[in-house]
Write a protein that binds this ligand. Structure first.
Ligand code: 2NM
Length: 357
């Protein structure tokens, strides 16, 4: 039977082994040999039954206390050894973050050219002080047409080849937005000028041939303040065109046009030198000064506020900038096409680092 001094020896012995364990494996071996199922301390408990009842209680308590002490000592030593093991790994497993990226699965994904161009546009307009505004694809007649100075029976409604939903009981009907202008309307209704936004997104028209798809992408812009004029419009568009086509100078041509929501209205061409094809004009966008009726429809006083708006087809400028010949391939979900024309995930457009490096 173990005496008090036997227990003291056992304790000293085990604590010494713990202190001397050189690694986690050695420490675990000490744990098993001391407080494992058949360990030296656990075996003491088995002797409990052989003791006279009056000694059992004190002996049991003593052995339990020893077990706790040993297991605390193991935990402490374990923490020390783990910290040492981690430091050793940190010292030996250094990463060279300047090494090129390994071509793993995530590098096989490609950014669609239209997404790339959208990111480029947002980068450019954000740099010019524009915020991005968004709205739903499903709109009301009122926000898509009426508020934009296109009343019922206006011929522009036919030109828009609208996808309508079935009429509701009250006769009103929802539609797929034919432009992102409803986003500008919502913004004018809820914000007080100065307003500087771009509204990018999907738009829909019931039209499908070589150069038209039923869904396409637009980015429209709106600036409203007290003294905003056509000079500002022209400057913004010039800055945009230079940044977008990554050229130092761009020649632009403003042609008179007509939209119900702007007065005056213009269509803008750029000299194709910007894309290395001098001598041709390329139409890139429509724009104008926001019609006073539109301002009034949105609760803005046209005597106090004025501004400009513009709208651009993202798919079209993507084709121009990156020389993509076939619009329909954009939406054919052909992985071979995407691998060829798509952009790398890591090639984020920034003005500082280059839009399309
Ligand atoms: C264009 C051309 C000209 C335009 C106008 C507005 C609004 F809401 F402010 F009246 N948003 N977008 C606009 C003007 C769009 O796209 C070719």
């Amino acid at each position: 039977m173990s005496s008090g001094s036997d227990l003291a020896y056992l304790e000293a012995d085990v604590l010494k082994e713990i202190a001397e364990a050189v690694d986690l494996a050695a420490l675990d071996a000490v744990r098993v040999s001391a407080i494992g199922k058949k360990g030296r301390i656990s075996e003491l408990m088995a002797q409990l039954g052989k003791l006279p009842p009056d000694e059992r209680k004190t002996f049991g308590a003593t052995v339990n206390a020893l077990k706790t002490k040993v297991s605390d000592a193991i935990e402490t030593r374990k923490a020390t050894l783990e910290a040492a093991a981690l430091s050793e790994r940190l010292a030996s497993e250094r990463e060279d973050v300047t090494l090129p990226v390994r071509l793993g699965a995530e590098m096989q994904g490609r950014i669609h050219p239209v997404s790339q161009v959208l990111d480029e546009c947002i980068e450019i307009f954000a740099d010019l002080g524009f915020e991005v505004a968004e709205g739903p694809d499903i709109e009301t007649d009122d926000l898509n047409f009426t508020k934009l100075n296109i009343p019922a029976e206006h011929p522009a409604r036919q030109e828009h080849d609208t996808f309508y939903f079935n009429p509701k009981a009250d006769g009103s009907r929802l539609l797929l937005r034919t432009h992102t202008s409803p986003v500008q309307i919502r913004t004018m209704q809820t914000k007080t000028p100065p307003i500087r936004i771009v509204a990018p997104g999907r738009v829909y028209r019931c039209d499908s041939d070589q150069t038209h798809t039923p869904m396409f992408h637009q980015i429209e812009g709106l600036v409203i303040d007290e003294k905003t004029h056509m000079g500002h419009l022209k400057w913004v568009l010039e800055e945009f065109a230079k940044a977008f086509f990554e050229v130092d100078t761009v020649t632009m041509r403003f042609r008179a046009s007509h939209f119900p929501f702007t007065e005056p209205s213009m269509e803008v061409d750029i000299d194709a030198s910007a894309i290395g094809k001098p001598g041709q004009w390329l139409e890139i966008l429509g724009c104008g000064m926001v019609h006073p009726n539109v301002l009034a429809n949105c609760g803005l006083d046209p005597e106090r506020y004025q501004g400009f708006a513009f709208g651009m087809g993202l798919d079209r400028i993507t084709m121009l900038k990156y020389g993509l010949p076939d619009l329909r391939a954009f939406f054919s979900a052909d992985l071979r096409w995407l691998r060829h024309y798509g952009f790398s995930l890591l090639d984020q457009p920034t003005l500082g680092g280059g839009l399309s490096s």
